[in-house]
Design a protein around this ligand. Sequence first.
Ligand SMILES: CCCCC/C=C/C/C=C\C/C=C\C/C=C\CCCC(=O)SCCNC(=O)CCNC(=O)[C@H](O)C(C)(C)COP(=O)(O)OP(=O)(O)OC[C@H]1O[C@@H](n2cnc3c(N)ncnc32)[C@H](O)[C@@H]1OP(=O)(O)O
Length: 236
Amino acid sequence: MLAHIARRIGHFHGHQISSAILRRMRASLKTINPISLQDFSQPNPSWSPEMRKFYDHYNAQCDTDTETYENKTGPWRKLPSYNRSIKHATGGIYISKLIQAKARLFTRSVNEQGATFEYVAFFNKEEKICICLFQPGHLLEGAPGHVHGGAIATMIDTVTGTLAGYLSGPSVTANLNINYRSPVPLGSVVIIHCALDRIEGRKTFITCKVTSTDESKVYTEATVLFVSIKLGSLFG
Ligand SMILES: CCCCC/C=C/C/C=C\C/C=C\C/C=C\CCCC(=O)SCCNC(=O)CCNC(=O)[C@H](O)C(C)(C)COP(=O)(O)OP(=O)(O)OC[C@H]1O[C@@H](n2cnc3c(N)ncnc32)[C@H](O)[C@@H]1OP(=O)(O)O
């Protein structure tokens, strides 16, 4: 595991990051705490049988074994999900005091399993697509019994942003355009499909569709523009 982390230092989803940030990361390596490597997208008891079934379906087609890190053959890669966004640049390492110590990634800020955002994402590098299995919990209510539009927007932003990050390096959302076609029931399982539309210089355009697991029903459609940035610009 530590070898895996060491390989990740210096890269953000495979894109090189600036030497100033690197120096601060390396200086903080002594703060590695194995507990901070928790992947929040691993199955947990709150997952419904349907969520688990689709997780098993995609996980069986991955290029790496989730538990042993051994190579397999398959088009998908299961993406880890940490509770601080900076950990995505470091492969899960907690870098103390680099940014606010109490900061947590919005979607991973509630500890109660199943209450808010239960999700797992898979990336297909060849096809430049990402899919996410999302089981929205009872604390995400908007319309009675259904998911809040802001929570759906959050998940679309998260998964499209993850795809943009893997394809174009550190990027921020510049424009998020959403059409809500049908309300999403709380506790259901939906699939968020994201695909690269095009890259123009610093701009990465991603399309997104939220559907039922059998894809017969379209809940939401979106187009999102990400603009790549230098990671250091976030730190002033
Ligand atoms: C760590 C890095 C990124 C942070 C997120 C990282 C997450 C960590 C990874 C994994 C975590 C897991 C999942 C989460 C993943 C993602 C979700 C979070 C993403 C967010 O939730 S992030 C927060 C909301 N986001 C902002 O807080 C952005 C505020 N904003 C700005 O920071 C600037 O506004 C910026 C940088 C966008 C541009 O500023 P700038 O000065 O660098 O560049 P400039 O203005 O020249 O634009 C360059 C070209 O983009 C065109 N352009 C710009 N804006 C446009 C618009 N709105 N519509 C159409 N075109 C637009 C221009 O027209 C020009 O186009 P052209 O080159 O063709 O002329």
